[in-house]
Write a protein that binds this ligand. Sequence first.
Ligand code: RB5
Length: 142
Amino acid sequence: MIAIGSDHGGYALKQEIMRHLEERGIDYKDFGCYDESSCDYPIYARLVANEVAEGRCETGILICGTGIGISIAANKVPGIRAALCTDCFCAEATRQHNDANILCLGGRVVGPGLAIKIVDTFLDTPFSEDERHVRRISLIEQ
Ligand code: RB5
């Protein structure tokens, strides 16, 4: 199960991504926002991050205008490794190296075509399990 959320700046891109997840048969829960009225991204970051940190969802997707604010907010929750990605190389590397558990996107930065490729890359790439990456992640948690 994927937890997905956005503010107004990410709302339109979130609709495209949810449509894509449905086409792929991937289950998700939308934690808001539910229209394009101005709202506060930390609220949706916290809802999705708690869902992932507490194990109710394996992965999260968060979208704001730039992806920056919502990634900063999500990374405040212990156990969350939220990665802002603007290309597929970073999406692949952050899964392999950082075992990122939330993908952050900027709805005003990437178009829907690229965003969907980034989402697919993130969801389809496993963590490498390499000892050096496990060690580095555990150093982050200390
Ligand atoms: C909202 O205008 C915008 O500040 C927000 O979506 C995001 O880009 C913050 O980092």
